[in-house]
Design a protein around this ligand. Structure first.
Ligand code: ZN
Length: 268
């Protein structure tokens, strides 16, 4: 009986933690902007104490996948505030997904094969080697390097991402410089077919996976299986309903954390 009572108290305490965690206040300028990303408030509020609290709270709630933003690089064309904000929202969607138990469950239940030859203290893999899903999940959770987002000329592809060191085989504390992912200079990053969700954030995820040392070739490679899990959950009505409020709260994470990049357009 005592055990039942204790269990009940723990359960109620957990409920309280979860419900408190959802009460987050935003600067008015940010909250108002969420209905339409193209309506940009150019007087974007700088980080205040509240914003810093929000970022800290979100980092506590969603500790996995600490990909940081280094800079936006207008290599071949201007990147507007609206475009930058849209990309930052996509980074938030990716981080949120990797922190959900459903994503981890699906990754652990999926068999993936390497598309690269690589080795290090955590293993020696060849093209076609079976990958350990647990190790993949550890790599994703510990991912903490910076990404630069470029706007550049390209043809025939939706995006590009430079292939980084294979974090699958290397030690978890290995260091890596900022690597870039790039999106086409001819596209407006706010409006357009492939920019709709969940497609665009799945591409952002895909390119950062290249930075992480994963690749794809024919049926080999972890990238498409991971991208498909990602898309299937964002298309899953039950999943979306379950996380509706939490996701609404979290979507501002990158834009508040990196609000300084939203002060003006990035010009070549
Ligand atoms: Zn690719």
């Amino acid at each position: 009986m005592k055990n039942i009572k204790n269990t009940f108290i723990i359960f109620i305490s957990l409920l309280l933690v979860v419900s408190c965690a959802q009460k987050i206040t935003y600067p008015t300028s940010i909250k108002d902007s969420k209905t339409n990303v193209t309506e940009i408030n150019t007087n974007y509020k700088r980080i205040s104490t509240n914003d810093a609290n929000y970022v800290r709270k979100m980092e506590e709630l969603y500790p996995a996948w600490n990909v940081k933003l280094s800079w936006f690089n207008p290599k071949d064309a201007k990147i507007t505030i609206a475009e930058k904000r849209n990309m930052l929202r996509k980074l938030s969607l990716v981080k949120f997904m990797i922190n959900t138990p459903e994503f981890e469950e699906k990754v652990l239940a999926t068999t993936m094969y390497s598309a690269v030859n690589t080795n290090g203290p955590n293993g020696n893999i060849k093209v076609g080697s079976k990958l350990d899903s647990k190790r993949i999940m550890t790599v994703l959770k510990n991912r903490n390097y910076s990404v630069a987002i470029r706007k550049q000329k390209m043809s025939g592809v939706a995006a590009l991402g430079v292939l980084g060191k294979s974090l699958y085989c290397l030690a978890d504390n290995v260091s890596q410089d900022t690597l870039w992912i790039a999106f086409p200079s001819v596209e407006n990053w706010v409006n357009g077919g492939y920019l709709l969700e969940p497609y665009l954030s799945a591409i952002v995820f895909h390119e950062i996976l290249h930075n992480t040392g994963f690749s794809h070739s024919g049926n080999y490679g972890a990238i498409y299986p991971l991208q498909n899990i990602y898309k299937s959950l964002y298309n899953d009505k039950k999943w979306k309903e379950k996380y509706k409020e939490r996701l609404e709260d979290f979507q501002y994470y990158y834009e508040i954390k990196y609000s300084e990049v939203l002060q003006k357009d990035s010009i070549k």
